[in-house]
Design a protein around this ligand. Structure first.
Ligand SMILES: Nc1ncnc2c1ncn2[C@@H]1O[C@H](COP(=O)(O)OP(=O)(O)OP(=O)(O)O)[C@@H](O)[C@H]1O
Length: 652
């Protein structure tokens, strides 16, 4: 269809379903057209539209007789599209895309990479669909086979949650284009996913394991995987890590087999840490000095390796990551403490600074323990780790999104890519093992130009790891210490210690019960009669239960008394799960402001002290002692913890 004079008329939307028109600022219908040729929207037009303050996306939806032009407001994407940084990011990427080259893209966390590859893919598919509209679809060679709808694009992500998120994100953009998107991940019923694939989605978002499984099983829609025109690999550096995602390598081998198809395909390779490289360990540095054959890992080397692994030729590299992939709106800080004190500081933080908080642990066991502990204290934490059922994992995420001031305790399974609105704090309960992990975990806050704070809890035996992270991220100064009002810690400790005791007693009860259960089962199998109650439960188990009950009552009464001074406004609410009263202060200073104020007052204090030194020196020839370097240098001191110091890193 071709419009002659480009005359458009408003369409009355009253007759349409409110859900269908949600987010539309209007629908116009082209009223002068010929039905011979199809009008396609050029990339220039697309991106020109994107620049307008009320950015709009134009998609075509062919109806039986006429084509309609759909313009939808960005509010359908659930965010305000005036995020200049994200827009700039996507524009940068768009320019490269116009030349249809493979893109290797690195930009900081939360800067909008999903759309940076999502938009080119969706527009690309529309183009391909327009071009091939006259041609016959993929006809099977065998007449008995069903005619296949084409598969145009594949997006791969390292985690299932991220796959769902990317799918939702793309779906909201593709809402009026008619492009269908399916998500294929492990942990969900394969039959259901096969049903989705049978509908012939143009885009498949998947994790490599399940996708490869279905390909191996000969899924008809996925049999076209070699024909895809667009491939995006999100969090590529993680996906290509040694020993992980073997299926991805198998898949790449398969789709790179046919050289003509490979050349026709456009690849998008994205991550915030795509160009991040680590400092070489000392022993390797000395090998380099001795001219032994050790390749220093540079960003170029790293990218070269990725390109080689993916079989990409002549890609365009777009590296607009600043600050080692961390958002400029992110404020970092640390709390140095003993490993046994970490619970106190976490609970203190949650109570003193309520807000949506994501706590990262290094192991599943740690997530479970912390969840139980904070659960007993009425914080209602939500767990997220790989040993949970997929349904539960998604439910935890959903509740974390929906509930204000919610707390999610997760392993690194939640570290990459997840975009949860208004996460105010990220706490690293344990120092992450890699710098990448630190960047991605921290990047769950301060997204899309919002402010956020990340707090690293460092025990003495984690100092080494912490220093490595600082060096990789080229930090010249120590992270400031988060200010903690130590006078409240005694009350915090009382609560935590009681909760720990209850946890221990509960564990003992569970152990006794399971032992009794096992014994009973064995006795039944051997057909002997044993008084199990007498042997196990009668004394020890009952005593533990009673003691736990007493302690629970004590804790309950502690929780019903205020933790912070009476002059702070408080919110005494009932925890419906435990029937305990939770006392939550609110209305006080935000964590980020507390830290900024502490840093500011520390700077002022240093200025005052150096002014006093100068005056004294001038008036009495007083010399500043040479060993006075920094007032708060060194880590772990109470003084530093309280005042938010910025000491120099001791690199030795
Ligand atoms: N042009 C834009 N204007 C406003 N917000 C945007 C824009 N583009 C993306 N966003 C929003 O920014 C947030 C972060 O986007 P996205 O999840 O794509 O970031 P990312 O760069 O992939 O982050 P990560 O590195 O953590 O995976 C999302 O909520 C997204 O909706």
């Amino acid at each position: 269809m071709k419009s002659k004079k480009n005359i458009w008329r408003s369409v009355d939307t009253a007759c349409l379903n409110a859900k269908d028109t949600e987010g539309l600022i209007g629908i116009e219908e082209c009223v002068d057209y010929d039905i011979d040729t199809v009008v396609s929207f050029t990339s220039e037009e697309w991106f020109r539209k994107k620049d307008e303050s009320e950015r709009s996306v134009i998609g075509t939806r062919r109806r039986r007789k006429n084509a309609r032009k759909f313009t939808f407001s960005v509010s359908t994407w659930q965010y305000n599209c005036r995020d200049e940084k994200a827009k700039q990011n996507q524009k940068t990427f768009a320019k490269k895309w116009e030349r249809r080259r493979d893109i290797l893209g690195a930009s900081e966390t939360g800067s909008g990479k999903t759309l940076a590859f999502g938009l080119p893919i969706l527009t690309g598919i529309l183009d391909v669909m327009e071009q091939s509209s006259g041609k016959a679809p993929n006809r099977p060679e065998n007449k008995n086979e069903v005619m296949l709808k084409p598969l145009y694009a594949l997006v791969l992500t390292p985690t299932r949650e991220l796959a769902f998120q990317v799918k939702n994100h793309l779906e909201s953009v593709a809402k009026y284009t008619g492009i269908k998107i399916a998500v294929i991940v492990g942990g969900m019923a394969a039959v259901k996913q096969e049903r989705l694939l049978a509908q012939g989605p143009e885009v498949v978002v998947a994790t490599p394991g399940r996708l490869w499984e279905l390909i191996q099983q000969g899924n008809p829609h996925l049999s076209q995987i070699e024909d895809i025109r667009f491939l995006a690999i999100d969090e590529t550096d993680r996906m290509l890590e040694k020993g992980h995602f073997q299926e991805l390598h198998d898949l790449l081998e398969k789709i790179n087999l046919d050289k003509t198809k490979k050349v026709r395909r456009q690849n998008f390779v994205f991550s915030a840490t795509l160009t991040l490289v680590h400092e070489l360990p000392q022993y390797l540095k000395s090998k380099i000095k001795k001219r032994k054959k050790v390749d220093a890992m540079t960003p170029v080397n790293k990218l070269r390796k990725i390109v080689e692994l993916l079989g990409i030729t002549d890609p365009k590299i777009v590296d607009i990551s600043q600050g080692a992939g961390m958002s400029a709106t992110l404020t970092e800080c640390k709390i140095s403490c003993d490993v046994t004190d970490k619970d106190y500081y976490v609970y203190y933080f949650l109570m003193r600074h309520p807000g949506r908080t994501l706590i990262f642990c290094n192991s599943i066991g740690c997530v479970r323990r912390l969840c139980t502990l904070l659960g007993l204290l009425g914080c209602q934490p939500l767990p997220l780790h790989a040993s949970m059922q997929q349904r539960q994992r998604l439910k935890s995420l959903e509740r974390f999104r929906d509930i204000n001031d919610s707390v999610l305790i997760a392993t690194d399974v939640a570290a990459r890519g997840l975009d949860i609105p208004r996460v105010q704090h990220v706490l690293h309960y344990q120092t992450p093992r890699t710098s990448e992990s630190y960047i991605h975990r921290s990047g769950r806050t301060a997204r899309a130009s919002q402010e956020g704070i990340t707090v690293l809890l460092i025990a003495p035996d984690e100092l080494q790891n912490y220093l490595k992270i600082c060096m990789t991220l080229a930090k010249s100064t120590d992270l400031p210490a988060f200010p903690v009002q130590e006078n409240y810690l005694a009350a915090v400790k009382r609560r935590i210690n009681l909760a720990r005791e209850i946890d221990k007693l509960q564990l003992q009860v569970r152990k006794t019960n399971s032992e009794a259960g096992w014994f009973k089962k064995m006795a039944e199998e051997m057909d002997i009669i044993v008084d199990v109650n007498k042997k196990y439960d009668a004394e020890e188990g009952r005593q533990c239960r009673d003691r736990a009950e007493v302690k629970r009552k004590q804790l309950s009464s502690l929780l019903s008394t205020p933790l912070f001074p009476a002059d702070l406004p408080r919110n005494l609410s009932l925890n419906v799960h435990t029937s305990q009263f939770i006392d939550k202060p609110y209305g006080e200073e935000k964590a980020i402001d507390t830290l900024k104020n502490a840093i500011e007052s520390n700077v002022q204090r240093k200025k005052r002290i150096s002014a006093v030194y100068r005056i004294k020196k001038r008036s009495s020839g007083f010399e500043v002692p040479k060993n006075v370097k920094s007032l708060n240098s060194g880590s772990g001191s109470d003084r530093e913890r309280n005042r938010g110091s910025r000491g120099e890193i001791n690199r030795k």
